[in-house]
Design a binder for this molecule. Structure first.
Ligand SMILES: Cc1cc2nc3c(=O)[nH]c(=O)nc-3n(C[C@H](O)[C@H](O)[C@H](O)COP(=O)(O)OP(=O)(O)OC[C@H]3O[C@@H](n4cnc5c(N)ncnc54)[C@H](O)[C@@H]3O)c2cc1C
Length: 381
């Protein structure tokens, strides 16, 4: 056991675990990351990989600004050999009711007050940025041209490889099976490949953080929820922005390789972490998207998959130290966490290293649930 000793053990090889490992290793800490499957095999690699300035709470807007500044230069910073496919094709949130439009107006006001380049569009403005849309029922939208897309796999691989170059050990196909506790504090991890002692343990295990939390006596309030996505064959580039319709939660965008991605959150979807997907989604999502974007009628579907959201009661993440000394949480991203890898990986490393986080994330604290201090993110689906 003596040789398996690190400063920090990180659980989970999604974007949050990989970014945290990178930022910790950059500070000179000895890090071991444990991923039970392959890097990006969880929610990160199954996401729609949308990036945006457009959030509705101040802390998310501030973190988003940092993410959006960092992502375009990340490939260079991480010295990664492949393209991260950042594509600023824009992001449209479309309102179909006065109440939705009011909320978008509030969001844009907040975003603009913090310096984000977002705008409100009338239906004519929507037509200008997305000429193929059927405008029926659309009252207005919020839009940001710099919002867009990244490749979620290469984003995770780039962080993991950079962490490795800085000395971190990346243990794939290695499950964490328990937490070593000493004198009431987290002191390492039990894994399928042996035990590792560590001064700190950071849990970035997405919806599986519930199990990890129980090992240290914490009830992490996360409910998993299946979400499905499909990909079409590639078609001519239309520079069509990511489009999210608030009437039914359907969304779609054109990826840099010309394929379209369709998504829709089915309220009837199972609340579990199964990766199974099925026909009802395919039928529902294509019907909805084609009604709103008729030009896509007849485009063939190539593949489809499922990933888990890790929803908290207020759809906001849980970030930072916990009542268990030496045990930190970065989870509960409730369907919008891929893009927060850059900012929050840095913040987790700052927490573990005893520094003040560069953006105040007190609102994300684990204890807010028992303190009844929830704060809802209005810009999520
Ligand atoms: C369909 C869909 C669409 C989405 N669209 C977007 C989007 O457009 N934009 C956006 O920003 N976000 C989006 N998200 C959300 C985003 O995917 C997640 O918020 C984000 O990827 C969470 O990253 P993570 O690192 O916290 O967790 P994950 O990527 O889920 O990583 C957790 C990892 O922990 C590993 N693990 C779990 N338990 C253990 C254990 N005991 N031992 C070792 N390893 C373990 C898992 O295998 C997994 O790889 C979407 C999600 C889905 C499902």
């Amino acid at each position: 056991m003596g040789s398996n000793r690190v400063d920090v053990a990180v659980i989970g090889g999604g974007v949050h675990g990989c970014s945290t490992a990178y930022h910790l290793a950059k500070k000179g800490l000895k890090v071991a990351l444990f991923e039970r499957d392959y890097i990006s095999s969880g929610g990160s690699g199954r996401s729609a990989a949308g990036l945006r300035y457009q959030f509705g709470t101040e802390v998310n807007c501030r973190l988003a600004q940092y993410n959006m500044e960092v992502i375009p230069r990340l490939q260079k910073e991480l010295e990664y050999e492949a393209d991260l496919e950042y594509d600023p094709a824009g992001y449209l949130w479309i309102a179909y009711s006065e109440c939705q439009l009011d909320q978008l107006e509030k969001n844009v006001k907040l975003q603009q007050s913090l310096g984000s380049p977002t705008e409100l569009l009338t239906p004519e403005g929507i037509h200008r940025v997305a000429p193929h849309l059927n405008l029926e029922g659309m009252l207005g939208a919020s839009f940001c041209q710099l919002d867009g897309h990244v490749n979620p796999h290469t984003l995770c691989f780039a962080y993991a490889d950079a962490a490795k170059r800085l000395g971190a050990a990346i243990h794939k196909k290695t499950s964490v099976t328990g937490i070593i506790m000493k004198n009431g504090r987290a002191a390492g991890v039990h894994t399928s490949q042996g035990d590792w002692e560590a001064d700190s343990v950071v849990c970035c295990a997405g919806p599986w953080s519930v199990d990890v939390g129980r090992w240290v006596g914490l009830e992490v309030p996360i409910e998993p929820e299946r979400h499905q996505i499909l990909i079409t064959e590639p078609v001519e580039r239309m520079r069509h922005p990511m489009t999210l319709c608030l009437d039914d939660g359907s969304y779609w965008k054109q990826c840099p390789n010309g394929t379209f991605m369709f998504g829709w959150g089915n309220p009837e979807e199972a609340k579990d972490t199964s990766y199974e997907s099925g026909w009802p989604f395919l039928e529902e999502v294509t019907t909805r998207v084609i009604a709103k974007m008729p030009i896509l009628s007849g485009v063939r579907i190539v593949r489809q998959w499922t990933g888990p959201y890790d929803n908290t009661p207020d759809f906001q993440a849980i970030v930072g130290p916990t009542p268990v000394e030496g045990f930190y949480l970065d989870c509960g991203w409730s369907g919008h966490g891929l893009q927060f890898g850059p900012s929050v990986g840095r913040i987790m490393a700052e927490f573990v290293n005893g520094e003040k986080p560069f953006i105040d994330v007190h609102r994300f604290r684990f204890t807010r649930f028992e303190e009844n201090d929830l704060f809802f993110e209005p810009a999520c689906i």
